[in-house]
Design a protein around this ligand. Structure first.
Ligand SMILES: NC(=O)c1ccc[n+]([C@@H]2O[C@H](COP(=O)([O-])OP(=O)(O)OC[C@H]3O[C@@H](n4cnc5c(N)ncnc54)[C@H](OP(=O)(O)O)[C@@H]3O)[C@@H](O)[C@H]2O)c1
Length: 320
């Protein structure tokens, strides 16, 4: 099969578009012919400097396509069935072998490209807001990097739950399209006074919950935006900022900081069911995926460069 691979991490031009051996079917697994690859924030971070678990490495956490082979012990999937799949790596290829437990059937009539973008972004956003963030109706939530994949999902889920939704982005232009998803107040966090601005919008008290996928100095700011007893969630390091977090920041306001990793939840029944609901909602138009640009898999380097230019709003998708 063809795949976008790399032999070393670095800038997007480390990608090579090469022939590699087809993946092998394993017990409990299915082989999927990939049709749409959602470039996840973790994909660009791995390519830039993550672990190379295979050589050459095929990056990628998520895709959608059609099942081509099913292991004998898998009874609830069949050849020809369209699924969305998550994996630890391997989406940037024509074929991928995955455990059946991390596949979700694509609802009839659904837009395959849109549903290819759902599980990680919406699953992560849901867990950050509710399972670990304990968001309640009437509360105020700050979503950092609202124009990213997780951000676009979190804005919609928070609004639907009856929260007042604040989100940040690196320009006013990136915030504008988020209002029709439910954003109440957008803040450009490249401004020096963005923390004061969040606190002012939140009635001077600060927000109840901050969901932070950026890390570094932005994570420090997330905690500084909290009200007394406010909660912050750390879920990513999209900002590539190595500044460590100082836990002393938490005690004055009786704040809490919780780490979230969807990968530790994804095979439990609660999470699988929750992600299935979000796939159904996107398929039915009750939730939206924003697909900014689509590239061919052979153009993986250009697609990753576009994501890292911070011009994409929502997802960038590859097609083999
Ligand atoms: N723990 C988990 O289970 C989990 C699950 C999913 C994702 N994540 C992590 O969460 C983060 C976001 O994921 P995502 O899929 O939403 O990513 P994404 O779609 O690529 O969006 C990332 C956003 O981060 C912002 N950003 C800030 N500084 C940046 C920089 N230096 N370079 C690039 N973007 C920068 C950008 O918005 P602005 O330009 O507007 O700032 C961009 O929209 C990633 O670190 C990912 O690994 C973790």
């Amino acid at each position: 099969m063809k795949a976008a691979v790399y032999y070393e991490t670095g800038a997007p031009d480390v990608f090579r578009y090469e022939d590699v051996p087809d993946p092998e079917l394993f017990p409990g697994g299915v082989v999927v012919r990939v049709e749409a690859i959602s470039i996840e924030g973790g994909d660009t971070l791995n390519r830039a400097g993550g672990m190379l678990q295979t050589t050459p490495h095929i990056v990628g956490y998520q895709c959608a396509g059609t099942i081509e082979a099913v292991a004998d012990d898998v009874t609830d999937r069949h050849v020809g069935q369209q699924v969305v799949a998550t994996m630890m790596w391997g989406s940037h290829a024509e074929l991928v072998a995955v455990p059946a437990v991390v596949t979700w059937p694509v609802p009839d009539g659904a837009d395959l490209t849109a549903v290819a973008c759902v599980p990680i972004a919406f699953g992560t956003a849901d867990d950050c807001l509710f399972e670990f963030g304990h968001l309640q109706p009437g509360e105020t939530v700050l979503i950092q990097a609202g124009a990213g994949g997780v951000g676009v999902a979190a804005i919609q889920l928070a609004k639907r739950a009856g929260a007042t939704v604040l989100a940040t982005a690196s320009s006013e232009a990136r915030l504008a399209p988020l209002h029709e998803l439910g954003l109440d107040h957008g803040i450009d966090y490249t401004r020096d006074d963005w923390i004061a601005e969040v606190r002012r919008i939140a009635g001077g008290q600060g927000v109840d919950l901050a969901v932070d996928s950026v890390g570094g100095r932005v994570l420090k700011g997330s905690v500084q935006c909290l009200r007394y007893r406010g909660r912050a969630i750390t879920v990513g390091s999209a900002g590539r900022d190595p500044e460590p977090f100082d836990v002393a920041l938490l005690s004055m306001g009786n704040h809490s900081l919780t780490g979230v990793f969807l990968g530790a939840e994804i095979i439990n029944e609660r999470t699988r069911e929750m992600i299935g609901r979000h796939i159904d909602d996107v398929a039915a138009g009750r939730l939206r995926v924003l697909v900014d640009r689509e590239f061919s898999l052979a153009e993986a380097a250009a697609a990753h460069a576009y994501v890292e230019s911070r011009r994409a709003i929502g997802r960038v998708v590859l097609h083999p």
